[in-house]
Design a binder for this molecule. Structure first.
Ligand code: CUA
Length: 349
């Protein structure tokens, strides 16, 4: 693709590069959200408070930069050495200058410290009594969410209603993790034996990405998360569906076979689904994610695989191959068993 043609060789190059650069910027700008985990586009009060503080400090830094660079450039030009110039007068000490450059930074630091301390208190995690309570539990390597008031246990995707304050109580089942959904809130460590708290009110509907932000082992980078913020009515509908166990369609042979495969006790040394996973009315394992409504999620495997037939089959065939170190082992499953399990799990809507 040519941008500008000219008879003089080489003359078109700067224009072409500029046009190419502009085109790239336009294409990048048009391709949805190019920075899904940017802290610069907050969609909640907590992330908004942090972003506001960041912007205030940036403007102070810009002001300091402009003043210092202007003084530097003026000094370099105005006081540069000229031919036949005599030795400049030597000056020792200047009380006004010294008081000014001591006091000015101190005053600027006060203007930075006061909003910083205010923001620290604002993001401390204290919530009002009416906030939606959610327990967030970090596992190697996936996130579990429990809504004690609603009787819901789910994984990987945190559903929240728009405009209602949420109070997250974070812990860990094993090592230290850190819950981070950058567009909604700051990072908060999830530690075994200790509860930390996050409180915020999402103000925009959408699916917002995040991930574990504390190195927690081999698959730390595969410990992703999503926060799905919905209008209150949609959230209530989601919560009502989650609180009930979906029935198996007895006319769908593959689903029935999948339920059997899920329940099957395998040979010694082999693993069995029900030992680690809960499906309401079927099993009660707690080592892995609760799968009662796994079909309703966008992703599986700690947010690393799409929740479709191909993604589920890949995960069932070789979980440690998809997520190194995964607690879910490689299980010897026949192709028929994989197909049946995929059909059964997909129907857990
Ligand atoms: Cu969990 Cu890093």
């Amino acid at each position: 693709m040519g941008f500008v043609f000219s008879r003089r060789p080489g003359a078109a190059r700067p224009v072409s590069w500029l046009a190419a650069g502009a085109l790239i910027l336009i294409v990048v700008g048009c391709s949805g959200d190019p920075y899904p985990q940017s802290t610069l586009h907050p969609v909640a009060d907590m992330s908004g408070a942090i972003d506001g503080l960041y912007r205030q400090i940036v403007w102070w830094a810009v002001g300091v930069f402009v003043v210092v660079q202007t003084a530097l450039v003026v000094t370099v030009i105005r006081f540069r050495r000229r031919p036949d110039q005599p030795e400049p007068r030597h000056v020792y000490g200047n009380t006004l200058a010294e008081v000014t450059w001591t006091l000015a930074p101190a005053v600027i630091l006060v203007f930075i410290a006061v909003p910083t301390i205010q923001t620290i208190f604002r993001v401390s995690g204290r919530a009002s009594p009416g906030a939606l309570q959610v327990e967030v539990i970090g596992h190697q390597w996936w996130w579990e969410y429990r809504y004690p008031e609603l009787g819901i246990v789910t994984a990987t995707e945190l559903h929240l209603p728009q405009g209602r304050e949420v109070a997250l109580a974070l812990t860990s089942a094993d090592v230290i993790h850190s819950f981070w959904a950058p567009k909604l809130a700051g990072k908060r460590d999830a530690q075994p034996g200790r509860t930390t708290r996050l409180a915020f009110t999402p103000d925009s509907v959408g699916t917002f990405l995040g991930q574990c932000a504390e190195f927690c082992g081999e698959s730390h980078a595969n410990m992703r998360l999503r926060v799905v913020v919905e209008p209150a009515a949609d959230f209530d509908a989601w919560a009502a569906r989650q609180a009930e166990a979906p029935a198996v369609d007895s006319t769908a042979a593959l689903q029935v076979a999948g339920l059997e495969a899920f329940r099957r006790i395998r040979d010694p040394g082999q693993h069995t689904c029900i030992a680690c996973h809960t499906i309401a009315g079927v099993s009660g394992g707690v080592a892995g994610p609760n799968l009662t409504h796994v079909g309703s999620r966008q992703t599986i495997a700690g947010g690393t695989l799409p929740n479709d037939s191909a993604g589920l089959a890949r995960w069932l065939r070789n979980a440690p191959g998809e997520k190194p170190g995964s607690l879910m082992p490689k299980i010897a499953l026949s192709d028929d068993e994989v197909a049946a399990l995929v059909a059964y799990l997909r129907s857990r809507q």
